[in-house]
Design a protein around this ligand. Structure first.
Ligand code: ADP
Length: 563
């Protein structure tokens, strides 16, 4: 019996552990998707490769196994670049597989022709082609291994049409699969010098105002138990980045989230675990940070540590490094205790800020501002208990306000625009979360502009009956109503809608109803409470269209200075 390249690619994926795929089928990869499904892979078919790519990247983050997505050649591959690049920037293991044109027709203007290896190279850790059917198993293994080795990221595999149609015998295929499996890369254990560990512990021990900061690299490494042990043994306050939230509960007594400015502005030693000192952490520089702060960076990437030039760098897996640090501390323990002036200062400031915020949140403002519906959503999520839902969030004001109001109590339950500030990730991330964490509800809290990037994927939610509730903060545009200064309103098209405008009062809820999902239009606290209660218990695809005052919130969320 002979099999073709489609079957061999599907067999390779299954043999090397792929259980889910995302993508858009068409020439020349439809048979590859069908073959994979026949071999037990769950294939989630999207409307656009961009969303499929975002889904694969979030799946990689949530499961710590490469998220795989499939595209057609040329334009399909171009749309998919969004997913690979987002994966690489966020350091999430992801593999894009695209069909490409017949190798004999390269350069002759073939159907959907593109040099996909060159196109993907700037965005991928590795871009490779199987130029012959016999190369398929080894190439599939290679991209999967590269995507998750060292610093994870996006990889690309090119499968030309002629290769997908070549044939070989089943016994030959079996031989190739076994060989590729045997040659798979084994993760190398990290070794950190004892002296560096001792220095890190000594810095933390001598610090007057220590802080532990952790990010989505620590979440990816599943470092939650190790970090909890370290925080609780030493009594050092902690600050999660937006997607680090939930590794320790936001409600923990040592959480410095509500005292962020004080914590980063005054700490003298910061242990930063799986988080880059990039824009999200103000580059680790004054005036947000003290100029004398000593950073101890823990990162799987040596390159990252070299870039930031911290006081001390520990290269390795976050969970492992934190465990080794805790072991070292155990021999001569220290703990700040709740009466330590630094701990008290953080705790007092956090309580003060929370109390101020609660006063604002406690008001029922109608027409809705951002805070009132966010509080109602926060309380409805809290009522769900454990397992907590995965919260997906994007949009300027919606994401900013959501980050401070929504409470994260479990690890890897927040997905947002991430390192690149990528808008349009919403529905892709929702679908990935529903597939990767089937025991959890998924709740998306989206601005209307963020939702619009991938809104057609609500059909995908309905088709697969995924337990996803999408809440759209509808303020009629990007940042809300027309906010142009008088001097900006001029020219022959001055009567057109502003570049930030959408159709006012858009019926986003009706979009999902078109496919048989449940839609809600809400404008008051009671209407929102009812919609949340009904949709959360139904665990079926729903869109809640929340009407927000178009002049609530601010332009560019909290980044006005950049616009
Ligand atoms: P955040 O957005 O939460 O601040 P970043 O994406 O900036 O986080 O940083 C995550 C960092 O985590 C990256 O520099 C990446 O190299 C690193 N990382 C990824 N996997 C691991 C791991 N297993 N252990 C430690 N660091 C990791």
């Amino acid at each position: 019996m002979e099999i073709d390249g489609n079957v061999l690619a599907a067999k390779s994926l299954v043999r090397f552990g792929v259980r889910h795929m995302f993508g858009v089928v068409g020439i020349p990869v439809t048979s590859l998707a069908n073959r994979a499904v026949a071999l037990g892979v769950r294939f989630i078919a999207f409307h656009n490769e961009q969303s499929a790519g975002y889904a694969a990247s979030a799946y990689g983050y949530l499961t710590a196994r490469p998220g795989v997505f499939l595209t057609v050649s040329g334009p399909g591959c171009v749309h998919g670049l969004a997913g690979v690049s987002n994966a690489s920037v966020n350091t999430w293991p992801t593999v894009m597989i695209s069909g490409s044109c017949d190798q004999a027709d390269v350069g002759r203007g073939d159907f959907q022709e593109l040099n996909q290896i060159e196109a993907t190279k700037p965005f991928a850790k590795l871009s490779v082609r199987a130029s012959d059917i016999s190369e398929i198993p080894a190439r599939v293994a290679q991209v999967l291994d590269w995507a998750q080795s060292g610093r994870p990221g996006g990889c690309y595999l090119d499968l030309p049409t002629d290769v997908l149609h070549q044939k070989l015998s089943e016994s030959e295929a079996e031989k190739l699969l076994t060989e590729a499996e045997k040659n798979r890369a084994k993760p190398e254990p990290y070794s950190i010098s004892n002296s560096k560990i001792e220095e890190a512990v000594s810095l933390l021990r001598r610090a007057e105002r220590p802080l532990i900061v952790f990010g989505k690299g620590a979440a990816y490494a599943r470092a939650e138990h190790a970090l909890t042990k370290l925080v609780e043994a030493t009594g050092i306050p902690f600050l999660p980045t937006p997607m680090g939230k939930g590794l320790l509960p936001d409600t923990h007594a040592l959480a410095a989230t509500a005292a962020r400015s004080l914590a980063i502005g005054k700490c003298d030693v910061a242990l930063v675990v799986g988080a880059r000192l990039n824009w999200l952490l103000h580059f680790g520089e004054p005036p947000k940070w003290s100029k004398d702060v000593k950073f101890i960076l823990v990162d799987v990437s040596e390159e990252e540590i070299e870039l930031r030039k911290p006081h001390l760098g520990l290269v390795g897996d976050a969970k492992h490094v934190i465990e080794v640090l805790s072991k070292e501390i155990k021999d001569d323990p220290f703990c700040l205790g709740s009466t330590h002036p630094w701990v008290q200062a953080i705790s007092n400031k956090a309580k003060e800020n929370v109390a101020k915020m609660e006063v604002q949140l406690g008001k029922d403002v109608v027409p809705f501002n951002f805070l009132t519906p966010m509080r109602i959503i926060r309380d409805a999520i809290a009522d769900l208990g454990s397992p907590a839902p995965v919260v997906v969030s994007e949009g300027a004001n919606t994401m900013d306000v959501g980050r401070s109001v929504l409470v994260q109590t479990e690890p890897r339950t927040r997905l947002d625009a991430g390192t690149w500030g990528t808008m349009g990730v919403g529905l892709g991330y929702c679908i990935a979360a529903a597939v990767a964490s089937p025991d959890r509800l998924v709740v998306a809290v989206e601005g209307d502009s963020g939702f619009g990037f991938s809104a057609m994927e609500v059909e995908t939610l309905v088709r697969y009956q995924l337990p996803v509730v999408v809440i759209v903060f509808n303020n009629g545009g990007v940042y809300g109503g027309d906010r142009r200064r008088p001097e900006e309103v001029d020219g022959p098209f001055k009567d057109d809608p502003a570049p930030t405008d959408f159709v006012p009062n858009a019926g986003y809820h009706a979009l999902i109803e078109a496919f048989g999902g449940k839609g809600y239009l809400v404008a008051t606290p009671d209407e929102l409470k009812f919609a949340l209660s009904e949709s959360f218990s139904a665990r079926k695809p729903a869109v809640i269209n929340v009407v927000i005052d178009p002049y609530a919130g601010s332009e560019s969320g909290r980044m006005q200075h950049k616009n």
